[in-house]
Design a protein around this ligand. Sequence first.
Ligand SMILES: [Zn+2]
Length: 553
Amino acid sequence: MLMRLAGGRLIDPAHGVDGQVRDLYVRDGRIVDAPADAAEAHTIDVSGRVVMAGAIDLHTHIGGGKVNLARLMLPEDHRRVRYERTELTRSSCGHAAPGTLATGYRYAEMGYTACFEPAMVPINARQTHLELGDTPIVDKGCYALLGNDDFFLRMLATGEPQARINDYVAWTLDCTQSIAIKVVNPGGISAFKFNQRRLDVDEEHVHYRVTPRRVIQALTRAVHELGVPHGLHVHGCNLGVPGNVDTTLATMDAAEGLPIHLTHIQFHSYGTEGDRKFSSAAARIAEAINARPNVSADVGQIMFGQTVTASGDNMMQYRNSDLGSPRKAVIMDIECDAGCGVVPFRYREQSFVNALQWAIGLEIFLSVRDPWRIYLTTDHPNGGPFTTYPHLIRLLTDRSFRDDMFQKIHPDARAASTLASLTREYSLYEIAIMTRAGPARTLGLADRGHLAAGAAADIVVYREDADRERMFTTPEYVFKDGEMIAHDGRLLKITSGSVHTVKPDYDRSIEAKVADYFERYQTVSASGLRIDRDELCECGSRLIVHECRKAAR
Ligand SMILES: [Zn+2]
C-alpha cells in the first residue's frame, strides 16, 4: 500500500532538512520518492505537524541478567506501576525495571523505534535475546561485553598479536549476534574477583599484570580494524568517584585517536573541589570532547526519583551497596566472563551530591558543541527510567523551565554549578540529531534515523507544542516499518522489531582455540554460545546485518 503523510514540517538532520514542508511517501515499509501513482496514495494530513524519524536509544538496559535481577529485587516497583491488559496489549508492570512488554509499549508510544542493550555478557547472550525478542514493536541490538573476560586478558598478558585479538572480538560479535563491543571498568570487574578495590587507567591488574589503558588500546584497535561502525563503547574506571575527571581524560587518550564512545559520562565528570570534596568537572570534560573529534559520549543524565542501578561494574556497585534505597543489593560474578551489581537508588533534589550530579549532566549537554557526538540518555534505569526523556528534552530546550527546576535543588549544589549561566536552548533540529540521526550514524544503521527514500518508514509525527515535555510524551502518530502503531498515545498495533548486528570477517581458526578454552573453564561449550539466525528469528524478529568497512592496518 502507498501512504502519503501530507504537508508536515520535516526535521531530517542526516540530510540537512530543518523544517521544510514536504509530503512523505511510504510503500511496503520504506520511505520512497514521490511515485507516479501518488494520486492513489492513502493520505494522512499532517500539515503544521513536526515530522521526524523514529527515535533511537543507543544505551538502555532493557534485557539480560542484571535487568532480570533488578526486576526480581523490586516487587514494590511492580506493585506501584501496573498496566492492565487491553484487547490489544498484554498486562505488564514496572517503572524503574519494567517488564519486557511494558518496555516495548512505553518506548513505542513515545516515538522510539530502536533500543540498544549496551551490556550483554556473551555467556548471557541467549537469555538477553530471548528477552529482547519478547520486547514488542521496537528494534533491538546488543553490545557484547569484553575486556574483563579471562580469555581476552590471557591473550593480552601473553602478548598475542592484535590480529588474533581481532579474530576473537569478531567471533564474539558473530556468535552473540551483537552490533558493537562494550567494556565496563576495563579489567576492573576481573580485578575485583582478585580482591582489588580500585583500578585506575595505569594501575596493573594483580593477576594478569595488564592495565586498563592496555585493554582500551587493544579493543579500540580491534573494533577499528574490523570496521565495526561504532567505536569501542566504554564505561570507564572509577565510576562515581570524586576526582574521576582525570581518569576520564586519560581514558579518552588511551584510544590514541581511534573512535571511542564514553558512556554515561556524567558519572565520570567529577572533581574534588569545595568543602565536600565533590565538584563539577563538566567544563573540562566538555572542552576535552570538543577538542577530540574521535570521541563521542552519551550523558547518563540523572533524574530525581526512585530508580534502580544495574551495572556490570561490580567493583563500584559493591562500593555503593550501602547507599541502596530500599536497602538491598546483589553483587555477583559471572563465570570467567564478567560480573554485575544491582542497587536500588533514589535520587533526591535535596541531596547535595544528587543535585550536583543532575546539574553536571545538564552542564555537559549544554557545553558540548557538536550534537552529533553527544547523545540523550539517562543510562536507563541507572540515572532514571527512560520514561523521563520528554522531561529531559524540556530541560534542554527551555531555559526558563530549566532555571525554575534549578531553583528547587540543594542550595549548595546550586552555588557549585555554572548551570544558571548556560543560556543555550537546544533546537528541535539538535534534538533530532541527538535522538535519531546521531545514534544511527555512530551505530552504522544506514536505513534508520533519517527520512530519505530507502529508509525504513520509522516515522514520528508531533503536534507543535511550546511545552516540549508534553510534545515528546505523546506524539500524534508513530509509524514502525510503515505501519501506524500508535495514535495520540494509544497503541494500535503490536509488531515485532528487528535485531541489528554486524558480521566482520575473521580467521575461523580462532574457533578451535576458543572451543578448547570453553571445554576447560566454562559451563557451556563454545558451540552452545552461538546463536544462529534461525534461532534468533524464532520469536518473530528479523535479523539485519549492517556493513563493516574494514580499516587499513
Ligand atoms: Zn549503562
